[in-house]
Design a protein around this ligand. Structure first.
Ligand code: PLP
Length: 368
């Protein structure tokens, strides 16, 4: 449905685009230059299934310093975006009929991926009244003898919540006690918007726990179109993931991997300035939300904000369509985020303050 909004918005030139889930920035220039140089020097061929050794070495260091995960190069698998890493994980882990616990509101592609790979998505609900935090006991009560995977996503798309370390730890331990894998999607790991908030990577807990961590260059480095993500998994599972690359994609793009290397070794300043911009936009949006009397959740990480549209009396999709037609503002309707999204719309902070302001004012006007 985000694509539906996207396509409808594409048909007009005057639309304020707040539905999209990608950074408004272009990839920092040193990354583009490094990729161009690598291409001219011959990085234009197939590479190893699981990614270039030179990139995986850098990633061992990145997950150690940023995420607190001790790993070896054999545990890292580079994939064409986190999306392909997630898909391969489900291919590797699921038998037909296996259940996967998924948050709602949550990342839309997840339940579709689970169904495509023969699994059964089972939703655990997150509510604004609870600060969109998962309840470890409720999650545990949803586990059956068919539960194979628990999907965690913090910082979370679309809620913008960052789960506190103790909540993460309780959930991971509960899953491990029942032999359930935890897939931890941390593609927004370096987009924490509050300095006093800590993101705990489940993979940094006891290495004996059944945790797989998934990361991406898309959001943090504004590299969505380069398609580079990576998985940190126990070596035996990483071996399977590498083999699964061959019939699917062969290998991730070699040029894009060279760009990813430059992202890791280059200056931090462009990356940090993008995060700072999201902090400023979140602060701006939050002030406006309050001035306009809207109900919303104050984003803690990522670049999204969930706004309650239920007072409009319309479904989020009808609300979003009307907003697009009447006000020329495009937002993501809550239905895309599963059954828990029935009252909300998501706006993206990956736009400038002027457009965020126009969008929020239109939302407030449409709610009435
Ligand atoms: C939570 C989450 N995981 C994964 C992805 C996919 O990332 P990538 O571009 O690396 O495939 C997204 C993209 O929107 C996301 O929001």
């Amino acid at each position: 449905m985000i694509r539906v909004m996207f396509d409808a918005a594409e048909e007009r030139s005057d639309v304020v685009r707040l539905e999209v889930g990608e950074p408004s920035f272009t990839t920092p220039s040193h990354i583009i230059e490094a990729a161009a140089l690598a291409a001219s020097e011959g990085s234009t061929r197939y590479g190893p299934n699981g990614g270039l050794a030179s990139l995986r070495e850098l990633l061992v260091e990145k997950v150690r310093t940023v995420n607190g995960i001790d790993s070896s190069i054999d545990q890292i698998v580079v994939t064409p975006g986190a999306m392909n890493g997630l898909y391969s994980l489900y291919l590797a882990l699921l038998e037909p009929g296996d259940e996967v616990l998924i948050p709602t509101p949550g990342f839309p592609n997840m339940d579709e991926m689970v169904r495509l790979t023969g699994g059964v998505p089972v939703f655990y609900e997150l509510h604004r009244a609870d600060g969109y935090l998962p309840d470890p006991e409720k999650i545990t009560s949803l586990m059956t003898d068919r539960t194979k995977v628990l999907f965690l996503n913090s910082p979370s798309n679309p809620t913008g919540v960052v789960f506190p370390p103790d909540v993460i730890e309780q959930i991971v331990v509960a899953a491990a006690d029942r032999g359930v894998w935890v897939i931890s999607d941390e593609v927004y790991d370096q987009l924490i918007l509050d300095d006093d908030r800590v993101h705990l990577s489940p993979g940094s807990l006891d290495s004996a726990l059944p945790v797989v961590s998934v990361y991406s260059f898309s959001k943090v480095y504004a590299m969505t179109g380069w398609r580079v993500g990576y998985v940190v998994a126990p070596t035996a599972l990483a071996d399977v993931l590498r083999k699964l690359q061959e019939p699917q994609v062969s290998c991730p793009s070699t040029i894009s991997q060279k760009a990813a290397e430059a992202a890791l070794t280059g200056p931090r300043e462009p990356i940090e300035s993008m995060r700072t911009a999201y902090v400023e936009r979140r602060d701006f949006a939050w002030r406006l939300v309050q001035d306009l009397g809207l109900e919303a959740f104050r984003t803690q990480g990522t670049f999204y904000m969930l706004v309650d549209g239920s007072r409009s009396g319309m479904s989020p999709l009808d609300f979003a369509m009307q907003l697009l037609e009447r006000d020329g503002v495009s937002v993501a309707p809550g239905e895309v985020f599963g059954p828990g999204g029935s009252e909300v719309i998501r706006i993206s902070l990956a736009n400038d303050e002027e457009n965020i302001g126009l969008g929020l004012k239109a939302v407030a006007g449409a709610i009435g």
